[in-house]
Design a protein around this ligand. Structure first.
Ligand code: HEC
Length: 704
């Protein structure tokens, strides 16, 4: 029999202890957490969500267990808020001491009470005013913010990095990180570490641009260091030894094309090894034959590069796609974990870039440990473990004319967050199963020159949506065993553009989908346990946190990302027509008692009929080129909107030369994200209208 020993402390001592404990507990609650390296690497604090991937490991794994497999079906709406603007919400909110901070459309940062949604402050960086022409490059898609101590950091579409006071939302400092003449932009979340804040940029496809990342002092915004990703013109001298080394892997006059490599996502700080990992972008232009005509791996494109966090000095790299020619950037998440591989504890990093291979890399030295295909891959048969390089398949570099290649430029996996559950050892990957056709016949390689502010690939390609798997699955959510390098389970999804994942210690897995559903799964088996329709395509990853003992699941809902902007008909079919659906932040809990708000029905815009506008086919052909260079990024392939901008085939503005002039040249809708095009000739403007009307008539004819 178990014996219980009870004894009584002398009364005085007891009361003293109790009051001490109480004051400690209340002090614990009242004293704010210091958001620094120690806090952001503390995996066990589930109340807060302090960094982009929750902690420095970027695992997006929460230790909270109040919501578990047996009660998740009772998850209810706790509170929600409507958010203004009609465009994307793709970001990860952060939670500190019961306050939620997040970036919304037009890079507006908001702080709200994490138990009610009540706004504490908002900070509007006036993006449209600052960006003007720059809005032509990239999108209003900010994936997140950073926090260090009492400051919040946001990076804007137009290239500014801004430090904000976390208590009242006032601006403390602002720096421009991009040359105003270059067509670059920011969609990434600033990465905070060791009192510094780092940001990269996008723009590889928008001009002859050269990628880099810059670190600034969190307190002042003063530049600490900059690391270029690809070498510049050797005649100008190299910035560092790493660039000199990288230049050996390029041929021709690559600097004329910028080289690319822009780091728009995928920054991880490793507090244990004191290293910073940068996922780097694809080449500018995509076509290797143009970019580096004599061949070469083209460092540091499509790589994971380790840098010294204090100086930005190069430490090591691993290149996933040498000499890339398919937009296979490595900008995807870099997730840290200690893995037991064949009896050895490895400080590993896990990475599932666009090229379709899942990589385990030893982060102490950058050595490849294993790599296997996590989706259909046709460009390479496997990764040779003696050279650590892919073994390519002949013809896939479209050297013999048209080639069908898996994956597409959208990737086997894009920036939609993957998560890792260290308890069951599974990685959860939003996966894409698409192929693309490629052809560069007719390109004048010698004469090719990209221009700033115009989209250029140096090759023709098309996404061949349906020629994917024999079972017709285009997108899926899969659980991947990183040690065995194999799939454990897979749930097929309706379509490809599904959002990021969240794993919890109850072995739950949450994911929002393109069809508007937020779903909870049994993370071990993939069995669906809960499903809520949020009324609009979801592109942001969910987070979880806890305040006063209540665990919450929160998610921003606002269709966004590159495919939601340019995807054309396949994305339009979801019915998230521009302007119809309210953008929201939803928060769920087991005690939630709010009613789900109404959402507008799905709608696919129909082109406008007009007998007055007579299409001139020659002008329409010219207009197709102008549209593809300048409008397709937001208004969609073949002028079919995917939902992030109006469907121009349905717009009456096209019918009136004056209205068109006011919107497109005059910048009448610039505050809403429509860039002004002041430098176009009248002939160019006219040709775009003819092209759009041609597409409208084609759409109407197809519907008949
Ligand atoms: C960066 C994204 C982006 C690019 C690039 C872009 N647009 Fe837009 N456009 C928008 C958005 C967003 C709106 C809706 C603004 C609003 O809500 O008022 C819009 C609205 C319009 C409208 C008004 C439609 C209506 O019925 O109200 C026209 C016309 C238009 N764009 C034409 C163009 C043309 C032509 C180009 C290329 C030369 C172009 N846009 C490039 C984002 C873009």
């Amino acid at each position: 029999m178990k014996k219980t020993v009870s004894f009584r402390l002398p009364y005085l001592l007891e009361t003293l202890l109790v009051s001490l404990l109480c004051s400690f507990a209340s002090a614990q609650q009242a004293s704010p957490i210091l958001v620094n390296d120690a806090a952001m690497s503390n995996e066990s604090n589930g109340e807060n969500w302090l960094a982009f991937g929750r902690t420095y490991s970027e695992q997006r794994f929460s230790p909270l267990t109040q919501i578990n497999q047996s009660n998740v079906s009772a998850l209810r709406l706790d509170w929600y808020i409507d958010l203004p603007n009609n465009r994307s919400l793709v970001s990860t909110p952060l939670v500190v001491d019961g306050v939620m901070y997040f970036v919304s459309s037009m890079n507006i940062v908001r702080a709200v009470d994490a138990t009610s949604g009540e706004e504490k402050w908002n900070y509007d960086p006036q993006v449209a005013q600052h960006a003007a022409r720059r809005m032509r490059a990239g999108w209003d898609n900010s994936r997140g913010i950073g926090i260090w101590e009492d400051k919040v950091f946001v990076a804007t579409w137009d290239g500014r990095l801004i430090g904000i006071d976390r208590n009242d939302g006032s601006e403390l400092w602002s720096v421009q990180t991009i040359d105003p003449e270059l067509a670059m932009y920011i969609t990434g979340a600033p990465k905070v570490f060791k009192g510094k804040v780092l940001i990269g940029n996008g723009g590889t496809e928008n001009g002859p641009n050269r990628g880099y990342v810059t670190a600034y002092e969190a307190d002042t915004g003063e530049q600490a260091w900059r690391f270029y990703i690809v070498p510049g013109n050797p005649a100008d001298g190299f910035e560092d030894e790493a660039m000199e080394m990288a230049a050996e892997t390029w041929t021709g006059e690559w600097w004329r094309h910028g080289g690319g490599g822009n780091a728009w996502h995928g920054f991880t700080y490793d507090v244990e090894l004191d290293q910073l990992y940068i996922g780097t972008g694809n080449g500018s232009p995509w076509n290797h034959k143009i970019r580096s005509p004599g061949g070469g791996d083209n460092l540091f494109l499509c790589s994971v590069v380790a840098l010294d966090p204090d100086t930005g000095e190069y430490l090591w790299h691993y290149q996933t796609t040498p000499g890339e020619s398919w937009d296979y950037n490595s900008n995807m998440d870099i997730v840290l974990a200690d893995l037991n591989i064949e009896g050895r504890q490895v400080k590993a990093l896990m990475h599932a870039p666009k090229n379709g291979f899942f990589y385990i890399i030893d982060r102490e030295n950058g050595e490849l440990i294993s790599a296997e295909k996590y989706t259909e891959v046709s460009w390479a048969s496997h990764i040779d473990m003696t050279t650590s390089k892919p073994v390519e398949i002949a013809g896939q570099r479209y050297e013999n004319g048209t080639a069908i290649v898996y994956p597409t430029p959208v990737g086997g996996h894009s920036w939609h967050a993957m998560s890792y559950n260290p308890n069951n050892g599974l990685v959860y990957i939003p996966t894409i199963h698409w192929a693309a056709t490629w052809n560069d016949e007719g390109y004048d390689f010698s004469g090719f020159q990209a221009e700033q502010w115009k989209i250029h690939f140096g090759v023709d390609f098309a996404l061949t949506g349906n020629s994917t798997r024999p079972d017709g699955v285009e997108g899926s959510l899969q659980a991947w065993d990183p040690i065995r390098q194999q799939q454990v389970w897979e749930v097929p999804a309706d379509g490809v553009w599904n959002a990021g994942t969240l794993a919890t210690a109850s072995n739950l897995l949450f994911q929002g989908r393109a069809d508007g559903h937020l779903i909870a799964y049994n993370g071990d088996s993939g069995e669906q346990l809960w499903d809520e329709n949020l009324g609009l395509g979801i592109s942001a990853p969910p987070i979880t946190y806890s305040v006063n003992g209540r665990q919450y699941i929160a998610i921003l809902v606002g269709w966004g990302g590159s495919l939601a902007a340019l995807g054309g008909q396949v994305m339009a079919d979801y019915g998230w027509a521009y302007g119809d659906h309210t953008r929201r932040l939803y928060t769920f809990s087991l005690d939630g008692a709010a009613s789900m708000p109404a959402s507008a029905p799905q709608r696919i815009p129909t082109p406008l009929a007009s007998s007055d506008f007579i299409v001139n086919t020659d002008l329409a052909t010219q207009g197709a080129t102008v549209f593809a260079e300048s409008c397709v990024f937001c208004h969609g392939f073949e002028a079919v909107s995917s939902g992030m901008a109006p469907d121009l085939r349905a717009s009456s503005v096209i019918l009136s030369a004056t209205a068109f002039e006011q919107v497109v040249r005059g910048g009448a809708l610039a505050p809403n994200g429509m860039p002004p095009f002041t430098d176009f000739s009248d002939a160019q403007f006219d040709s775009i209208r003819h092209y759009i009307r041609q597409q409208a008539e084609a759409g109407l004819a197809a519907a008949r």
